[in-house]
Write a protein that binds this ligand. Structure first.
Ligand code: S3P
Length: 437
């Protein structure tokens, strides 16, 4: 079965065991294709995430004339075209479900001398794009959106960009990255200032490709007109994918799992901080640095979790992990309160509403608020939940079954392939009683 028909059936109980490597980091995989394509020389990538989102980025650069070899198993070889070497694609670039592809590509395409149209699937077509088109237009780009500021984005080529000093209105790595990538094509200096720290993979990787980004606190600056030099990239496992297993092992009695080679960049490690504050037993082992990114093995054992008020400073550092954290909260003692997280409403789905609906369907008291949620811990019951095609919702509810009283059925799960192909098989091999049809 395929498409929106994919359903997960997860039987209650079990525990997670073993030592596993989860899927490659999505954010780093996207950026490896983007910078590798714009670099001079040949870039080799290992551990590339073979998910639909990153493949959409790869196909977009292929459509703009970049020669990319890819034989599966996470190995990619990119013949860089140079910053000025992209070619006009034959048609619109379809970025599927991937917000990262669309927002970062908008910055790159704004600097080209040809027109490009960026499109996406039903979910992406509803997501806000003015957050990138406004700063790009202030730099001199010309971009048309649909009414409401949503995709498709029609980007007119041949407009000279001027560097700008952009103060971001929201904590968004996609917006920051978009502006910095456009800045490579702009005259003079481009700077971003963010209201709170967000993932800094773009800044790190630009420096790794020899394009100097000056960073001081919340500010990152680069000069236009530089060049990127090909590099070798080893992509770590994605902490966002590891998060499902961290939560699963924490809530399932007798679990003891080690997640190998996980990226623990301090702009991404909020899930560890939050779960530990809830009482989780998480050990970070063998910390090391790989290609400019901190990496470690993470051992998680079952623990009694308590509800907490999640510190707002952790929100951007765990922005993709809240569906999983809500499942931890649903199995904790007491109440968990999240505030300051209105960004969750404009992800692949409205993650506050969709999670509240799903938790309620399992008998958990979950009260959505405009910028967060209030969850009263307990034991999830049996039930059917709708993922609304959101990969992270599907995988989070799958883990909830480890502590549930009955079977959990999750609908519309095909998009798990956007970030974690092989999730069902890997989770089953660790002890989750999951099957799909
Ligand atoms: C991402 C940034 C985050 C995150 C997304 C990936 C990135 O979005 O939710 O999954 O790779 O830059 P925002 O920066 O919009 O919060």
């Amino acid at each position: 079965m395929s498409g929106s028909d994919t359903v997960f059936n997860v039987k209650p109980g079990g525990a997670l065991h073993g030592a596993v490597r989860v899927a490659g980091d999505k954010s780093i995989s996207h950026r490896s294709i983007m910078l590798g394509s714009l670099a001079e020389g040949v870039t080799e990538v290992n551990g590339f995430l073979e998910g639909d989102d990153c493949l959409a980025t790869m196909n977009a650069f292929r459509a703009m004339g970049v020669s990319i070899d890819h034989h599966g198993e996470g190995w990619v070889r990119i013949e860089g075209a140079g910053l000025k070497g992209l070619q006009k694609p034959a048609g619109p670039l379809d970025l599927g479900n991937s917000g990262t592809s669309m927002r970062l590509l908008a910055g790159i395409c704004a600097g080209q001398d040809f027109d490009v149209t960026l499109t996406g699937d039903a979910s992406l077509s509803k997501r806000p794009m003015r957050r990138v088109t406004e700063p790009l237009e202030a730099m001199g780009a010309r971009i048309e959106t649909a009414a409401g500021g949503t995709p498709p984005l029609k980007i007119a080529g041949g407009h000279l960009l001027k560097g700008m000093d952009y103060v971001l209105p929201m904590a968004s790595a996609q917006v920051k990255s978009c502006v910095l990538l456009a800045g490579m094509y702009a005259e003079g200096e481009t700077c971003t200032t963010e209201p709170a720290p967000t993932r800094d993979h773009t800044e790190r990787m630009l420096n790794g490709f020899g394009y100097s980004v000056q960073r001081q606190g919340a500010r990152a600056c680069l000069q236009g007109g530089g060049k990127l030099t090909a590099a070798r990239i080893d992509v770590p496992a994605d902490i966002s994918s590891a998060a499902f297993f961290m939560v699963g092992a924490s809530i399932a009695p007798n679990s003891d799992i080690t997640l190998e080679n996980v990226g623990i960049n301090p702009t991404r490690d909020g899930v560890i901080t939050i779960l530990r504050e809830m009482g989780a037993n998480i050990e970070v082992l063998n910390p090391r640095e790989v290609c400019g990114e901190p990496v470690a093995d993470i051992r998680v054992r079952a623990a009694r979790l308590q509800g907490i008020a999640i510190p707002e400073a952790q929100v951007p550092l765990a922005i993709d992990e809240f569906p999983a954290i809500f499942v931890a909260a649903a199995c904790a003692e007491g109440t968990t309160v999240l505030t300051g997280a209105e960004e969750l409403r404009v992800k692949e789905s409205d993650r506050i509403q969709v999670m509240a609906d799903g938790l309620q369907a399992l008998g958990i008291s979950a009260e959505p608020t405009p910028d967060g949620i209030r969850i009263q811990g307990g034991q999830p019951g049996a039930g059917t939940v709708q993922s609304h095609g959101d990969h992270r919702i599907s995988m989070s509810f799958a883990m909830a079954a480890l502590r549930a009283r009955g079977e959990i059925i999750i609908e519309d799960c095909a998009n798990v392939n956007t970030s974690f192909p092989g999730f069902v098989e890997l989770a089953a091999s660790c002890g989750l009683n999951i099957s799909q049809n």
